[in-house]
Design a protein around this ligand. Structure first.
Ligand code: ADP
Ligand code: GN1
Ligand code: MG
Length: 374
């Protein structure tokens, strides 16, 4: 393997306390510990003194993934201010805690970028949206996000990751990695490589429709994974987080990514592949929530390709995991050897199941879309 594998380093509590002291938080910290299961940043929960203070999230930003932190944070400040204007008072909005110099990030002595958010109390996310009720609520909340962002004032948001959902970009990278084989892993992934090749041609549909002006470019979240929405104990969707990739996109990216993440019967890195498959109840409930919330906003052409979007995003996320495996695990955090390859296998197994059930998925979308398009 070449290069450094991406996993969270161990940091001394004292160093974290010093870092946290650079943010204008309300109360002093009493404990700081790694938090959550995000694949990108180094995330800590900071508990503070004072019963009414929920504390903070302290994050070391992954600059390999987000090289331009000032622009990234400019987007987040704009998006959170806009969401705050729109949110009902009983729903929290992600809130940036500024650094003591007023900037939305702090730079440490080694050049690392840190940021801080107010902690939002929530129930444990689990591995996916178990049961239909959470799925329907998630669909409504992610649908509502599209509505909320539709009138963001000002210039377009920065593109924080180039080619993020451009399947051609990831296929190009796949070709380069196969050619260079930097981690000498190509041979061990022959089956998965073949799987990707066999399906590449059909995957450009959304991109092509966008280019042809047949579907509108909107402001989308682009990372609608199950743990990027926080729920309260009663199962009410409280807040959508992880706003790093909010930028222009197609609704298909949000819808498809939510389905591949939440409607899988197994975890994203499940070792027993026989457990992997699409949970049609979760698919149906999420779709119901999403289309119901976006009633009158989506075009017929957009809804016509939602079931395909689930297959596209399952393919693309699997491809990105496979690329990272071939590259020596430099993008996604990994916890064990072969982790990214296993994640790719899970996605490809899920895609096969979606292919088998594609007619049923199309039927569900068509039935639920009646009377909802603009
Ligand atoms: P990553 O890009 O690495 O997924 P996230 O911004 O999604 O980073 O944060 C990682 C995890 O930290 C989330 O999945 C969630 O569990 C938790 N988290 C992030 N922000 C907050 C917040 N403001 N309040 C509570 N938990 C949060
Ligand atoms: C990452 O950041 P996180 O863990 O919420 C990734 C998504 C992938 C997902 C796969 C910025 O999401 O695109 O779909 O892992 N985020 C980024 O689980 O690459
Ligand atoms: Mg996340």
């Amino acid at each position: 393997m070449t290069g450094k594998r991406h996993s969270s380093p161990l940091r001394a509590a004292g160093d974290l306390i010093v870092l946290f002291s650079h943010f204008a938080a309300k109360s002093p910290p009493v404990a700081i510990a790694p938090y959550g299961s995000g694949h990108i940043h180094e995330t800590y929960r900071v508990r503070t003194r004072g019963r009414s203070d929920p504390g903070c999230i302290l994050q070391r930003i992954n600059t390999r993934v987000f090289p331009d932190v000032p622009r990234l944070m400019e987007n987040i400040v704009r998006v959170t201010a806009h969401l705050r204007d729109k949110a009902p008072c009983n729903r929290p909005v992600l809130t940036v805690v500024p650094a003591d110099d007023g900037r939305p990030f702090h730079r440490d002595g080694a050049g690392g970028f840190w940021r801080c958010f107010r902690f939002i109390g929530h129930r444990e996310p689990g591995e996916r949206f178990r049961g239909g009720r959470l799925a329907a609520e998630a669909g409504r909340r992610f649908g509502h996000f599209i509505t909320q962002m539709a009138d963001l004032p000002g210039p377009p948001l920065h593109e924080t990751i180039r080619g993020f959902h451009d399947v051609d970009f990831h296929l190009g990278r796949f070709g380069d990695l196969l050619h260079a084989d930097p981690a000498k892993r190509r041979e061990g992934a022959a089956t998965e490589i073949e799987f990707v090749r066999a399906r590449a041609a059909g995957m450009r549909l959304i991109h092509d429709l966008g280019r042809a002006g047949r579907i509108p470019l909107r402001i989308t979240h682009n990372d609608t994974k199950f743990n990027n929405i926080l729920f309260d104990e009663r199962g009410r969707g409280l807040c959508i987080i992880d706003l790093d990739t909010v930028m222009p996109g197609y609704v298909h990216y949000d819808f498809g990514d939510a389905i591949r993440s939440a409607a899988n019967c197994a975890c994203e890195d499940e070792r027993a592949l026989r457990k992997v498959g699409i949970d049609m109840r979760v698919f149906e409930e999420f779709t119901k929530g999403y289309l119901g919330e976006l009633r009158g906003r989506l075009t017929a052409e957009e809804t016509a390709h939602l079931a395909f979007a689930a297959r596209l995003m399952t393919y693309m996320v699997g491809l990105r995991f496979l690329n990272d495996y071939l590259d020596g695990d430099r993008y996604f955090k990994t916890g064990r050897r072969g982790h990214n390859l296993q994640r790719a296998r899970v996605h490809f197994r899920l895609l096969e199941d979606m292919e088998r059930r594609s007619a049923a998925m199309e039927d569900i979308v068509s039935r639920l879309a009646v009377g909802t398009t603009s």
